[in-house]
Design a protein around this ligand. Structure first.
Ligand SMILES: *Cc1c(COP(=O)(O)O)cnc(C)c1O
Length: 493
């Protein structure tokens, strides 16, 4: 199977090339030319497998230039005892029609681990298959979750280095200590004075500097990104939709072949798009519910067909969803329209005027696949408290957004289809907001708040977070935006 760019479908590349390049040369995103099908019998077979075997069975259909042996090796290394639940992505049933798909049992306690634990294997193998002789330095600007997950994935991976920049005034205590205490001989972490935008702009400037790239090439290095536009990050996420479906069937909540719903707390549209791919492959899915926080640009788009990022940006208690440009939406628009020229023109309009309106048939095609809703911080907090008090289930703020939108969806449609809510972070990762939702004080350092949340709820903190108490920061530096390139220059030698 070959891959094409969403902005020019005439040039075809292999899976390895798509993963090695990340972004297509024309600025588009790589998508598989055709979507493989999974039959009902195959779905039944998946139900008897563990998570790792399910991952091989799904991923191998998209990776023709990789052998099954290679995939078994990656999957075994990526989804092992680095996860604190042997099911890897367990479903917790709260009632007969509702289960929470917990995607946060990896080493950094957020769902980014599901992809970033395996991406280093896919990427280094892809580079080798493409004959790339240089070594790769991963460069990341992060608002929190991606940076730590990328560090944990790439730490001590041969032939790679990783540099992470985070905004000094924009990550929680816990997130900061998670990053600055990172072990590994090939990692570097630095704060940037300013906000996430400053860090992001600085990284983009480094990527765009041709002289710097030439200098690194002379030293045998090149820069690459680990963000969610890479197909190698999207693909591993398709697996857990199949896995959750099988878990619903195995638990007797669903008959094989019957449809279920998924509710996804959405930012860059990567997670929910993986669910859409699963549905196209034949997974029986009725509705994909796209849940947003106060930054509800996707809610408006799915309801009206008009995408408009010219609006206020809100800093919310679910910061990983504070996004106004959802990059992976481009893949959906291409797949539904098949029209690369049209997609290229929408993306050009987005760049120049901050928005675009899709054609009526395309609007209808989007509306047929997704239900969209949003909720603010106050409602999210109420939901966290209510679900904890009535069902004794503790969820984080991102999951709280998804749960609230599910309540709205059910009220509006009366739909009783069994539904999985995707839980994307441990409540302890955002323990200050979760404590406040439960009516507690948060006037203490992050590591104290972790203990306070355990005292309040009886739920133990995941061990990687509990261990932060005895960790010390290795990286204490903070640079100005203009000095970021110098940091990379010093480190990549
Ligand atoms: C990244 C992230 C999201 C959003 O996922 P997208 O793939 O960007 O839509 C939601 N919740 C958490 C905790 C995240 O880290």
């Amino acid at each position: 199977m070959m891959y094409v760019s969403t902005r020019d479908k005439s040039k075809k590349v292999t899976a390895a090339k798509a993963i090695a390049q990340g972004l297509a040369p024309d600025g588009g995103l790589f998508v598989p030319e055709t979507i493989p099908a999974v039959s009902k019998a195959q779905l039944g077979d998946l139900c008897a497998m563990d998570y790792r075997a399910r991952a091989v069975a799904i991923m191998e259909q998209y990776l023709e230039d990789f052998s099954r042996e290679e995939l078994i090796h990656y999957v075994t290394a990526a989804y092992g005892d680095n996860f604190d639940d042997k099911l890897i992505a367990p479903v917790k049933f709260l009632d007969d029609a509702t289960g929470v798909l917990e995607l946060y049992h990896g080493p950094t306690c957020a769902f980014k681990d599901m992809a970033l634990q395996i991406l280093p294997y896919l990427l280094t193998a892809s580079l080798k298959k493409c004959g790339e002789e240089r070594q790769v330095c991963i460069l990341v600007a992060t608002s929190g979750d991606t940076g730590k997950a990328a560090l944990e994935g790439f730490a001590d991976v041969k032939g790679t280095k990783i540099v992470v920049f985070y905004p000094r005034d924009g990550v929680s205590d816990v997130q900061k200590l998670q990053m600055t205490s990172q072990s590994g001989g090939n990692v570097f972490v630095s704060a940037v004075s300013g906000n996430f935008d400053d860090a992001q702009t600085g990284v983009k400037t480094i990527f765009g500097d041709a002289d710097f790239a030439a200098k690194l090439t002379e030293r045998g290095w090149f820069l690459s990104s680990a963000n969610s536009i890479n197909w190698g990050r999207l693909l591993p996420q398709i697996v857990y939709y199949f896995s959750a479906y099988c878990d619903f069937v195995n638990a007797g909540k669903l008959k094989l072949g019957d449809a279920m719903n998924f509710v996804v707390p959405t930012g860059n549209f990567g997670d929910i798009l993986a669910g859409w791919y699963a549905k196209q492959m034949g997974l029986p899915v009725k509705t994909l519910v796209c849940a947003s926080n106060a930054n509800n640009v996707l809610t408006d788009f799915i309801r009206t067909g008009a995408y408009n990022k010219n609006r206020p940006f809100y800093t919310t208690t679910s910061p990983s969803m504070d996004i106004l440009v959802s990059s992976n939406l481009e893949r959906l628009l291409y797949c539904l329209s098949g029209d690369d020229k049209l997609v290229a023109s929408y993306m050009e309009q987005l760049k120049t005027s901050g928005g675009y309106t899709v054609t009526e048939p395309l609007r209808q095609a989007v509306a047929k696949e997704f239900y969209a809703g949003c909720c603010d911080d106050a409602r999210t907090a109420d939901t966290i408290r209510e679900v904890f008090q009535t069902q004794n289930y503790l969820m984080d703020t991102h999951t709280g957004v998804a749960w609230s939108v599910l309540e709205d969806y059910r009220k509006e449609t009366g739909d009783k289809t069994p539904t999985a809510v995707l839980s994307t972070a441990s409540p302890f990762k955002f323990c200050d907001s979760v404590l406040r939702a439960l009516g507690e004080q948060t006037d203490a350092p992050g590591t104290v708040l972790l203990e306070r949340l355990t005292e309040k709820t009886g739920v133990p903190a995941p061990s990687p977070l509990a261990a932060l108490k005895i960790k010390t920061a290795r990286f204490n530096g903070c640079v100005e935006k203009h000095a970021m390139m110098g940091v990379v220059d010093e480190f990549v030698k």
